[in-house]
Design a protein around this ligand. Structure first.
Ligand code: ADP
Ligand code: MG
Length: 371
């Protein structure tokens, strides 16, 4: 059991590339922290620095009460599970599971006891005499997991452990991992580029982009209150819509005037809009917060648009639209909504759930931050 603490951690590779630019992350004992972000954002580098497989260029990493900057990987009391499983091909499942305990000179009886407990837990006890190549991908993944668990480490580090599994198995294994964490309560740091994995597994999630941590919070808080446009667009499928326009006022209330001319009256603010009036900004609205009927008290908040594509998905209907000024957006509607392709419609925005962002890839969400 251990907390893990990163303070101003940086990684500059030998070629001068800064892969992690000052990461601060405080992971509580027993917490399941997911680090999520697109490929190349520095997730693996961060995890490998925690594991000690990669030297850190600056900052401090603490595991438990110990600064581990100069502690070799084998003495950090952590276990890492990799995407490719990294099993020993010439060893049986039993030998793979027992290997680290044998190295640490555990008595034979203790090794046997621990291995069978873990094999039972992961439902691989009938596979113990097989070699990895005789197992399915899902079973290999369990052995890799089992190898980490037998050691009873202070923390687990996972690097995209499910990404080699097919879609269906990924979803069931994800649920099993969550149940396993509830049972073992071992501090876990889990890296993935998959936002659904992040949302479902994390007690908190840490969104990374471009070598920088963007936001750390419980999944629904990140979803509902993204600190910037990158985070807002990264979580959610279909993603949040971003439409251009400017902040202004209408009849004394703050308003967003879309480049198309449509006017959206915003909630009265705590003054956070005042420095942005008449400036080019972005309004962000999730597909599920658009409707064909105006919401109570929001009858004027419509965007005129043309329907390009309608996708009936059973549980919902995704509708692809183009506004008057050719801004594209997607609405996620009730599956029984009547809406026809090539028709002109008005889509209504729920302003209570929309956000105003500064322009730019990581433009700040000014709706949630009072200034
Ligand atoms: N040994 C290395 N030397 C130079 N650049 C590297 C090295 N390893 C990774 N990088 C770069 O650092 C960035 C982050 O890599 P990585 O941490 O693997 O990202 P992620 O796991 O989020 O996909 C990438 O742009 C990658 O190309
Ligand atoms: Mg990676």
């Amino acid at each position: 059991m251990a907390k893990v603490f990163l303070k101003d951690v940086q990684k500059v590779y030998d070629n001068g590339f800064a892969a992690v630019k000052g990461a601060n992350l405080d992971i509580a004992d027993k917490e399941f922290m997911v680090i999520v972000g697109p490929s190349g954002c520095g997730k693996t580098t961060t995890l490998r620095m925690i594991a000690g497989l990669e030297e850190i260029s600056a900052g401090t990493i603490t595991i438990g009460d110990r600064v581990v900057n100069d502690v070799p990987p084998k003495d950090r009391d952590i276990a890492m599970v990799f995407q490719n499983y990294a099993l020993y091909p010439h060893m049986t499942v039993f030998q793979n599971l027992a290997f680290s305990l044998k190295l640490r000179k555990f008595p034979k009886a203790e090794i046997k006891k621990r291995v069978s407990e873990v094999a039972e837990m992961l439902d691989i006890n009938s596979q113990l005499d097989k070699k990895p190549k005789a197992l399915s991908g899902g079973q290999r993944q369990r052995v890799a997991l089992g190898r980490a668990i037998v050691r009873n480490p202070a923390a687990f580090l996972f690097d995209e452990p499910l990404s080699n599994l097919d879609a269906k198995l990924r979803v069931t294994t994800r649920a099993e991992l969550k149940a396993l964490h509830r049972r073992l309560s071992t501090t876990s740091i889990y890296v993935t580029h998959d936002q659904a994995e992040a949302m479902t597994l994390g007690d908190r999630i840490c969104v990374m982009y471009n070598g920088e941590i963007q936001q750390v919070a419980p999944p629904m808080e990140v979803y509902d209150k993204p600190v910037n446009r990158f985070v807002a667009g990264f979580l959610g499928t279909p993603p949040m819509n971003f439409l251009k326009g400017k902040l202004s006022t209408k009849d004394g209330s703050p308003a967003f005037i879309l480049n198309d001319g449509d006017v959206i009256t915003l909630k009265n603010s705590n003054g956070q809009y005042k420095n942005y009036l008449e400036k080019e900004m972005i309004i962000g609205v999730r597909p599920e917060h658009l409707t064909v009927e105006p919401l109570a008290g929001q009858a004027h908040n419509g965007i005129k648009a043309k329907v390009n594509v309608v996708e009936p998905l059973g549980d919902r209907k995704d509708v692809y639209l183009t506004s008057t000024a050719n801004q594209k957006f997607i609405a996620n509607l009730d599956p029984h909504t009547k809406i026809d392709v090539d028709h002109q419609v008005t889509m209504y925005i729920d302003v209570n759930k929309s956000h105003i962002f500064e322009p730019g890839e990581t433009g700040k969400n000014i709706t949630i931050s009072a200034n």
